[in-house]
Structures are given as C-alpha cells and as structure tokens.
Design a protein around this ligand. Structure first.
Ligand code: CU
Length: 91
C-alpha cells in the first residue's frame, strides 16, 4: 500500500441491511469516512440518497460503499421499500 493518505483519518464504517432495516439507522461519522452497506436480507435492497448516491439493487451479501467528503446530514432510503430509511450525519 503505497498510496498517500493526507486526510486526518480514513475510517470505514459498516451498515447492515437486515429484516428491512438499516442497522444502525442513524450514524455519525467524520468527513472522509467510507460507509459500506451489506445486504443480509434474502431479497434485494438499494441504498439511495437523493442527489448524492444511488446503489444498484443489492442481492444477498452484496455490498455498496460511498465515501462522504462533505459535512452534512444525509438521509437515504431503499428505493424498493421507501419506508426503509437511514440517516448519516457527517461532521
Ligand atoms: Cu429494500
């Protein structure tokens, strides 16, 4: 690994999708954090934040990652089941 990392921290956080729920549904991370969602359900889900990011349909054990480079509150949902919602606060 010869890449240069200039950010103060390069953190990684996991969110699990299970039983139609994002777990944890609410998360606070630092700018520069990569969040990885993993679908543990046996049906597809997506991770969508309007104007920010959009995963393809994730089958069981598929993953989707997004790196948050700007501070703010990001709400996201599953486009297949819009009642599935989560929030990530980036600070
Ligand atoms: Cu879903």
């Amino acid at each position: 690994m010869a890449s240069q990392i200039t950010a103060a921290h390069c953190e990684e956080v996991s969110v699990t999708i299970d039983n139609f729920t994002f777990e944890p549904a609410q998360l606070t991370v630092k700018v520069g954090t990569t969040v990885t969602w993993t679908n543990r359900d046996d049906i597809p889900h997506t991770v969508v934040s309007a104007g920010q990011f959009r995963s393809k349909a994730l089958d069981t054990d598929d993953k989707y990652s997004f790196t948050f480079t700007g501070a703010g509150n990001y709400t996201y949902f599953c486009s297949l089941h819009p009642h599935m919602v989560g929030t990530i606060k980036v600070e």
